[in-house]
Design a protein around this ligand. Structure first.
Ligand code: SF4
Length: 242
């Protein structure tokens, strides 16, 4: 948990880019009220638009029974601005025609990423997710324990927003969200990952906190696909559009 410095010295990002269902189905042909989904690993339904949805930044609200949720697909973290909830949503998108297929084939570099100033969230510019999840970045944090000096006041342990690093300096992968904070806090380079950067008119701004875990999102896609193939999850048609 550290505050962002500035101006134009670091940035935080959220969103899973090319695997975001709302990017895969931009016309919302499969995503509507009543579409059956997996919310945090539990079967549930889309209820409607999210409270902060806008044409530029669509999102949805969904329902599922919490007792059936998978703890590894949900959680929370502590930020310098307060607590954040982490949720996962998997939406089935049937390939019915070329238009739907082309939405599913979208790549990170074609998904726009709006950049805002943290003060007032004023729109600044647009980049794309290719800078965040492309081949020059690492989705999963690597740990090189041989470099660890076992510092009693380890900054990585102290600032990890999910308290995922144990006293033995191991990462609990169920708690870790691959945010990258530890990679910038440990001076010995025990925790490593290329977090990427964005290019804006003011220069190249490094990413210092990822609020979405693409690696976990990809695991969810695989789990969801297997459940559909085994007919453990049966998709439904929406009742009405968003
Ligand atoms: S990447 Fe994982 S271990 Fe490192 S600070 Fe983030 S949540 Fe903690």
């Amino acid at each position: 948990m550290t505050g962002l410095t500035g101006p134009f010295t670091e940035t935080t990002v959220s969103g899973c880019g090319e695997i975001n269902p709302l990017q895969n189905d931009p016309s919302h042909r499969s995503i509507g009220v009543g579409t059956r989904v997996l919310l945090n690993g539990a079967p549930g339904y889309i209820m409607g638009k999210g409270t902060r949805a806008s044409p530029d930044k669509p999102n949805v609200s969904a329902y599922a029974d919490m007792k059936g949720m998978d703890p590894t697909m949900m959680g929370g973290m502590i930020t310098a601005h307060g607590p954040e909830c982490l949720t996962s949503l998997a939406v089935p998108i049937p390939v019915l025609d070329e238009e739907i297929l082309s939405g599913l084939k979208i790549l990170d570099r074609n998904v726009p990423l709006p950049v805002s100033d943290i003060n007032g969230r004023n729109a600044h510019s647009k980049v794309n997710y290719g800078h965040i999840w492309g081949e020059n970045t690492d989705k999963v944090i690597r740990v090189d324990k041989e470099k660890c000096l076992h510092h009693p006041d380890c900054a990585a342990v102290r600032t990890c927003p999910t308290e995922a690093i144990s006293n033995n300096f191991d990462i609990n992968r169920n708690l870790c969200i691959n945010c990258g904070t530890c990679t910038l806090q440990c001076p010995e380079g025990v925790f490593r990952a290329r977090l990427g950067s964005i290019e804006i008119a003011e220069g190249t701004i490094p990413v210092s906190l990822r609020q979405s875990d693409r690696a976990r999102g990809e695991r969810l896609c695989t789990m969801f696909k297997n459940r559909i193939l085994k007919q453990e999850f049966v998709p439904t048609k929406m009742l009405e559009p968003l």
